[in-house]
Design a protein around this ligand. Structure first.
Ligand SMILES: Cc1cc2nc3c(=O)[nH]c(=O)nc-3n(C[C@H](O)[C@H](O)[C@H](O)COP(=O)(O)O)c2cc1C
Length: 221
């Protein structure tokens, strides 16, 4: 699929224009998705922490990753790299995270139980992607690349929400852990900037109210 088709798909998805490509394959009688405009999409997106068992298709993931590629990026570095984790890789990533959590637990049996629980939770996710960026020697470019990747991540989150898929961004020291890097199969010269859990929300995520922009704005003469 060409980039222009990705742009079109992204726009169709954000505007909520009916696109049968976004209908889950398992659905017997596809219906156009209801309209969701960009502002509604921004205002109603919330992190999704629990998902239904509905699988997320490869096509859906490809389309979401395509929206990351449309993000602004200074000097057109296109710094994003994507790793789509299958169940085995998700389990390995979960084990790496579990080991870190278990270090804080004295009891060895309880520690093992934590590792297994975190591994299992990751394995059973409907979908998980790691977003990495290429590392540049120049700190200014590194910062721009990081920022560009997050603009892309917001694209992904919003488009996912517009087609009734929830997302949860995860970060932390785990991203630089050699076991996690190995679980993802990260290339040299790259750094994970987020992992994103994706799936059909199981219920409505709790929203956290935001302070208004007016409270946080200084207008200058
Ligand atoms: C850069 C970034 C890192 C985040 N890392 C984590 C994380 O490690 N664990 C987590 O549970 N949520 C993480 N989140 C999700 C935020 O906690 C969440 O966006 C915030 O609570 C606001 O809630 P909302 O997304 O529902 O509006 C992260 C979000 C961002 C933007």
């Amino acid at each position: 699929m060409g980039i222009s088709e990705h742009v079109l798909l992204g726009l169709l998805a954000v505007t909520g224009w009916p696109s049968t490509l976004w209908i889950p394959a398992a659905q017997a009688d596809p219906q156009p998705l209801p309209h969701m405009n960009v502002l509604d999409c921004i205002n109603t997106r919330r992190s999704t922490k629990t998902f239904t068992d509905r699988p997320v298709s490869r096509e859906e993931i490809e389309q979401l990753l395509g929206t990351v590629c449309q993000a602004p990026n200074h000097r057109m570095t296109e710094p994003w790299r994507f790793y789509v984790l299958g169940p085995r890789a998700r389990r390995a990533y979960g084990e790496a995270l579990g080991h870190r959590k278990a270090k804080r637990i004295e009891d060895a049996v309880a520690g093992k139980a934590v590792i297994e629980k975190v591994a299992q939770t990751h394995e059973s996710l409907p979908a998980m992607v790691a977003i990495a960026v290429t590392l540049d020697e120049n700190p200014e470019i590194r910062e721009e690349n990081f920022a560009a990747a997050y603009m892309g991540i917001q694209n992904l989150s919003l488009v996912a929400h517009s087609v009734r898929l929830g997302t949860h961004i995860k970060t932390g020291a785990i991203m630089d852990d050699p076991a996690a890097r190995s679980a993802v199969g990260l290339s040299e010269g790259e750094r994970i900037v987020a992992t994103i859990n994706i799936g059909e929300p199981d219920g409505s995520p709790d929203g956290q109210a935001r302070r208004s922009a007016a409270e946080l704005t200084t207008w200058l003469e």
